[in-house]
Each structure stands twice: as C-alpha cells, then as structure tokens.
Design a protein around this ligand. Structure first.
Ligand code: ZN
Ligand code: ZN
Ligand code: ZN
Length: 135
C-alpha cells in the first residue's frame, strides 16, 4: 500500500521514503517535522528535508499553517491536483481546542469563493472546536 501512493505520485519508493510515509499513515491527525523526527529515531536530516520537499511537490503531503503555530503536514486527498505546486483538497483543517491536534476533515464541497479581479487558485478553510476524541 505504501509503495502504491508513492508510485501514483510518481516517486520512487525508496526504503526511507516508505518509512516517512508510514509515519503519516500511522497518524490520523496532521504532524510536525519534529513528530516525524521523533518517530524515525535515527535519520539523516538532509535526506528527511529532501523527502518532505519531494512529498509536498508531488502531492503526497501538504503543509498546514495554523496562525501562530508550528507548521504541520498531512497526507493529501487522492484527488489532490499538485500541478505547479498547488494543492487541491476537499477538506477543512480543523483544530481541536482541547488536544490542539489538527485534522483534515473531508467535506462534500468547499465554498466556491469568487473574488472580483482576482483568480483564486487555492482555498483553505480552517475551523476550530472540539474533536471527536475530546467530546
Ligand atoms: Zn495536496
Ligand atoms: Zn481533541
Ligand atoms: Zn489537509
């Protein structure tokens, strides 16, 4: 399964890439670079940095920046269109006020935002509240 995601996203499935991908698959919420580092234990920092970059570029993962927080990353939707480095997801980024975790929550459709005179290429919706685990 691991290998398939990488293949679909046109990335060679090296043992290290598979390991990093596994960290994402093992977490249902978004994770930070530090979370990945802790999960990997021993690793080469430059290889990890390059792997993350390739994953983002090829639409395996995307970055999530909640205001005032460290950057997190999460797996992309299978539909993610990563052309020109743009990500396309049908989900909302939900942050739980109790556990602080950020989840990618799928929605039927994101609001269609039209801005006069501007060409919208990417829309990100962020929501806050209480997650399923904390309710
Ligand atoms: Zn994406
Ligand atoms: Zn929570
Ligand atoms: Zn997301």
């Amino acid at each position: 399964m691991n290998t398939e995601i990488l293949k679909e996203k046109q990335l060679r499935a090296t043992p290290f890439r598979k390991k990093v991908l596994e960290v994402f698959l093992n977490n249902e919420h978004a994770i930070s670079a530090q979370d990945i580092e802790e999960a990997l234990g021993k690793f080469d920092r430059i290889t990890l940095y390059r792997t993350i970059k390739a994953f983002i570029k090829n639409g395996v993962i995307h970055e999530i920046a909640m205001p005032g927080e460290v950057k997190r990353m999460a797996l992309c939707d299978p539909v993610c269109n990563h052309d020109d480095g743009l990500h396309e997801h049908n989900h909302v980024h939900f942050q739980c006020r109790k556990c602080d975790e950020v989840y990618c929550v799928e929605v039927e459709e994101l609001p269609d935002i039209r801005l006069k005179g501007f060409k919208v290429e990417e829309v990100e919706v962020q929501a806050k509240g209480i997650c399923q685990n904390c309710r």
